[in-house]
Design a protein around this ligand. Structure first.
Ligand SMILES: [Zn+2]
Length: 341
């Protein structure tokens, strides 16, 4: 028998009820002047007729805005009568970080996306991670978690997924990503897996799609457009909404270009603390050995800049965001066309 630890986060949503429910999760946060204080996190559930459940999450990182905008808008507009199945929407999962405009939570200084599967008795972020993993995920057939590259990078507008050993699930995931309709879909493994939401989703055998639809800490006009179209496309792909996904691209291509990042040799890391001047923008074609940029030492004008070079040829998926970087920070990630490894 599975022993299930109850969440400390309260919810009055009845996930089995037909119709539209808009409510707030209530996450306890004791403060000096509010021992019974709570953080409210909007959740919207639209359910009607038999069908699959799609979970849409945004704002797991507080400085990533496109998903928060796109999912909030869908949550306002989605009519139960048009739905066959269930759509669970949490537009801003990490409300404290979103209100603080930061990637990490200002409450416990943790990256929520490194706290999974979480702990109901842990820190605020761990409690939030546990709620998503233990209470929400078991309801879902499909998870679309909308991210951008925050302040770390600017990203070529893309969905992403891990290279899944299960061939059938990998094919279904690539088909769903193509239905989302971003310019690129990137199959990859990042430098810090296992504690991410995506890892939790995959451990439960649920189809998982992530996105990188912007970055540099601002709102991308095109990123919002792709995110809004993408979440509706996913609902169409799984038969929850009528119609076919719209996947035409601005450059005239009919659909999504499948890409991959095979290993860490496609990452370029900064060799020193310095001011980084990049040479390319996300989406540019780059060559192995070509200049990725210069590291400038502004305290010493006579110190020649360090030239940083790409280690692989391909398309620049992630382009450095901040001016100042630290030694060991990833400053460029290159992707190549997808091929079975
Ligand atoms: Zn993120």
């Amino acid at each position: 028998m599975e022993s299930r630890v109850a969440s400390r986060i309260a919810s009055d949503v009845d996930f089995d009820r037909d119709g539209r429910q808009a409510s707030n999760l209530r996450a306890p946060l004791s403060r000096n002047n509010a021992g019974w204080g709570t953080v409210e996190i909007p959740i919207i559930v639209v359910k009607n007729a038999p069908g699959p459940t799609v979970l849409l999450t945004g704002g797991i990182h507080g400085d990533e805005y496109e998903g928060q905008i796109a999912i909030s808008r869908l949550a306002r507009e989605l009519e139960p009568a048009a739905v066959r199945g269930r759509v669970i929407m949490i537009p801003t999962v990490n409300m404290p970080a979103a209100l603080n405009d930061t990637r990490l939570s200002p409450i416990d200084d943790r990256d929520l996306n490194r706290c999974f599967p979480g702990n109901p008795r842990g820190t605020f972020s761990e409690m939030l991670a546990h709620f998503l993993d233990a209470i929400v995920l078991p309801l879902a057939d499909v998870s679309v978690d909308v991210h951008t590259a925050g302040h770390s990078f600017d990203a070529a507008l893309s969905t992403n997924m891990h290279y899944l050993p299960d061939e059938a699930l990998r094919a279904r995931t690539m088909a769903a990503a193509a239905a989302f309709g971003a310019p690129f879909n990137v199959v990859f493994s990042s430098v810090d897996e296992g504690a991410t939401f995506t890892s939790s989703v995959e451990r439960r055998g649920i189809l998982s799609i992530g996105t990188e639809v912007g970055g540099w800490g601002r709102v991308s006009v095109e990123g919002v457009r792709i995110a809004e179209r993408g979440v509706r496309n996913i609902l169409k792909h799984f038969g929850i909404l009528d119609g076919s996904p719209e996947t035409g691209q601005r450059d005239g291509r009919a659909g999504t270009r499948h890409m991959m990042v095979r290993d860490q040799s496609y990452f370029t890391f900064a060799p020193a603390n310095a001011l980084f001047e990049p040479c390319h923008r996300a989406g540019d074609e780059v060559e192995e050995g070509a200049l990725a940029g210069f590291l400038h030492f502004i305290e010493d004008v006579d110190h020649p800049p360090i030239e940083v070079r790409y280690r692989r040829s391909g398309v620049l998926w992630m382009a450095a965001g901040p001016g100042r970087v630290r030694r060991g920070d990833a400053i460029a990630v290159v992707m190549t066309d997808y091929a079975e490894p």
